[in-house]
Design a protein around this ligand. Structure first.
Ligand code: HPA
Ligand code: ZN
Length: 330
């Protein structure tokens, strides 16, 4: 039995496995520029974040109907459950779909067809986090928040993703203020490829409660001290960091140093179909590469539930935390 955990950094579009991509392409009459799944997998060799994003956005062409989004999310939830995920806070990128003529309603309703019955079907509770694309305009983000207004009962938080460098958090001050006024929680990617200053800006200007990635905080000791003092959760994604070359290899990953510094880290999969593993795979691989002991692994699992947006169901959080404490390593 795998260690129970919450996944807090997971792009649903990044769970599109090659087999499902071809199945959906056939169903929707979309031609992919790859002969087969093997040829597609050969394209999974990335130089940096942008080279990944180019493929990530291109493959979204196969996602057209509510059923497509339902199938995508169902496949993820089944895989996550098998790896011990008990709670998943799932990012989606509506602008990337709306730009292709797929409306917000299709995306949210489709995802919800899988997420709604997920606790029953998979034993995984879920929340949805709507991301703004930081390489699009602030006006586009505001229009996206407006389009989401009929669906706010299904959306817990807003996030910020896509190409980081050159798109500082402050660009999105207004939409984050509007989201907060609507009762939405706030997170943002920062310090993946962008500088430590983007982490500070996300906290101070956007008012985020968690930092997604946050790796580059390690370059700024004063920032580390602040993140420790304020117990700001960082959603670290080890296999993603290797595949997108934020770190050279897993043995060089700063996660152990981050935990030693007292940072509240969690381990997540980011875009598991592209980066070689789901939540349990990430924890296993980084635990092995860095020699993390049972105490550290349990701490990471505990952090994942403590950092999750379960304020509306503290009983459930308590149950998950009890599962973590009772877990016996095999
Ligand atoms: N970083 C930024 N944006 C993203 C990512 C990521 O790792 N995955 C999907 N969108
Ligand atoms: Zn991400």
């Amino acid at each position: 039995m795998p260690l129970p955990k919450a996944e807090l950094h997971l792009h649903i579009e990044g769970t599109l496995e090659p087999d499902l991509a071809f199945e959906l392409a056939a169903r929707n009459g979309v031609t992919l520029p790859y002969a087969d799944t093997d040829a597609l997998r050969e394209a999974y060799l990335f130089a940096d974040l942008q080279s990944f994003l180019d493929l990530y956005y291109a493959l979204m062409a196969v996602l057209r109907t509510e059923r497509d989004f339902e199938d995508l999310a169902s496949a993820y939830l089944a895989r996550a459950a098998a790896q011990g995920v008990r709670h998943a806070e799932i990012f989606f990128d509506p602008q990337a779909h709306i730009a292709r003529g797929v409306p917000m309603e299709t995306v949210v309703e489709g995802l919800w067809r899988a997420l709604g019955p997920s606790a029953e079907n998979h034993g995984v509770s879920t929340r949805l986090i709507m991301c703004f694309l930081r390489d699009e305009s602030a006006e586009s983000a505001l229009a996206t928040l407006d389009a989401a207004k009929p669906f706010l009962d299904r959306i817990t938080a807003v996030g910020l993703d896509s190409a980081e460098v050159g798109h500082p958090p402050a660009k999105f001050r207004e939409v984050y203020e509007a989201a907060a006024a609507l009762g939405l929680r706030r997170v943002a990617h920062a310090g993946e490829e962008g500088p430590p200053a983007y982490i500070t800006e996300a906290l101070d200007v956007l008012g985020v409660e968690r930092i997604d990635h946050g790796l580059r905080c390690m370059e700024d000791p004063a920032l580390v001290e602040r993140l420790v003092r304020e117990r700001v959760p960082l959603t670290v994604c080890p296999l993603s960091n290797v595949r997108l070359r934020a770190v050279a290899n897993l043995a060089d990953h700063p996660l152990a140093a981050m935990l030693d510094a007292g940072l509240m880290c969690t381990v997540n999969s980011d875009d598991p179909a592209y980066f070689g593993g789901y939540a349990g795979d990430n924890l296993d691989a980084v635990g092995l590469a860095l020699g993390l002991g049972e105490g550290r692994l349990r701490e990471l699992a505990r952090n994942s539930f403590l950092a999750s947006f379960l304020e509306d169901d503290e009983g459930l959080r308590a149950r998950y935390l009890a599962e973590v404490e009772a877990y016996e390593f095999g």
